[in-house]
Unconditional design. Structure first.
Length: 330
């Protein structure tokens, strides 16, 4: 009996530590998500941090410089994270320790040191809000698509349909995870489709902003067929990057893709308005802040090869206030 009490107390402490660590990761790396999460009630807010914290740890493994560790090592780390996640979400009845964490390699990445507590927070969030666990499998599959040497690896996407295979796991399922967390009890197909579309809209906005940074990692997330329609191929992109110049051809291609991205936000809006009041304000604020990145790209004349546009803290606050007031942000 005493051992059970001590074990339960330790588990509770681990969950609390996980939420604190996930909060710190969200505040440091996901400023838009963090600002929007603060508009939610505490228990929902913590759930957003847990989901973001887990995604961030995996993303940090994927985005390590190619020299350290080798891609095979990164794939092995993702395997360990997946094993540990499954052990946490589907624990053994005899209370065995989490597989993959009891014998951590000495050279494990810094983010992996926090993994056990963050996974405890993830499990707490999944149980509290009944989040479908298969969404984590889809997320990890897309993360493997970024790692050379895996069977899933892709670093070029020819069409929007090919890119959607990646963004389903990297972004759409995040929207699906958020539905129960935001207080939607029985989401219809329209709400689910809208949530997935909004997740993919956020992802495409990132791709448009980070063209140069992704190219430095030898990745092209913008569909190459779409770029080719404007006279842009990979050699063209690399010349632009080397010279820190965004050519007129590339600017026109980006303008086209910004229009595609804006349509995603437009189609997602009805699902945002269908959310419970407090959740609606939070997601509307996040969408407004993310959507404004497109405006910042345009205000920079679509120059993505010489700078990484940012939305200032003051402007994010203004956009959030407008969204909270019920004003449609686009």
């Amino acid at each position: 009996m005493r051992e059970n009490v001590l074990r339960d107390a330790a588990a509770t402490d681990t969950v609390r530590l996980g939420y604190r660590r996930a909060r710190a990761l969200t505040a440091e790396h996901g400023r838009t998500y963090f600002a929007a999460s603060c508009l939610l009630p505490p228990r929902q807010r913590r759930g957003v941090w847990a989901l973001y914290g887990f995604a961030r740890i995996v993303d940090d493994v994927v985005d390590l410089p190619s020299a350290a560790p080798a891609p095979r090592g990164r794939a092995a780390q993702i395997d360990r994270i997946e094993e540990a996640l499954h052990a946490v979400l589907h624990p053994a009845p005899d209370g065995r320790p989490v597989a993959g964490l009891d014998h951590r390699p000495e050279d494990a990445e810094q983010g992996d040191a926090h993994l056990e507590s963050i996974l405890a927070a993830v499990r707490d969030t999944v149980v509290r809000f009944d989040i479908p666990t298969h969404t984590f499998d889809a997320f990890l599959r897309s993360m493997r698509m970024d790692v050379p040497g895996t069977t899933e690896f892709r670093d070029r996407y020819r069409t929007w349909a090919e890119l959607a295979e990646y963004t389903y796991g990297s972004a759409a399922v995040i929207g699906l995870q958020m539905i129960p967390l935001l207080g939607v009890r029985a989401a219809g197909d329209d709400v689910a489709d809208g949530a997935a579309t909004l997740g993919e809209a956020f992802q495409l906005t990132n791709f448009l902003r980070d063209v140069a940074e992704d190219l430095d990692r030898d990745r092209i997330y913008l569909p190459t067929d779409e770029l080719a329609a404007f006279g842009v191929d990979e050699d063209h992109l690399r010349r632009c990057r080397a010279e820190h110049v965004t050519s007129p051809h590339l600017r026109r291609a980006l303008a086209h893709m910004i229009a595609v991205n804006r349509d995603q936000y437009r189609r997602a809006w009805p699902s945002i308005t269908a959310l419970p009041n407090r959740s609606r304000r939070s997601i509307a604020a996040a969408a407004a802040m993310y959507h404004d990145i497109l405006g910042e790209i345009e205000r920079a004349d679509n120059d993505v090869m010489d700078r990484r546009v940012v939305v200032s803290g003051r402007r994010r606050a203004m956009l959030a206030a407008q969204a909270i007031s019920g004003r449609r942000p686009w």
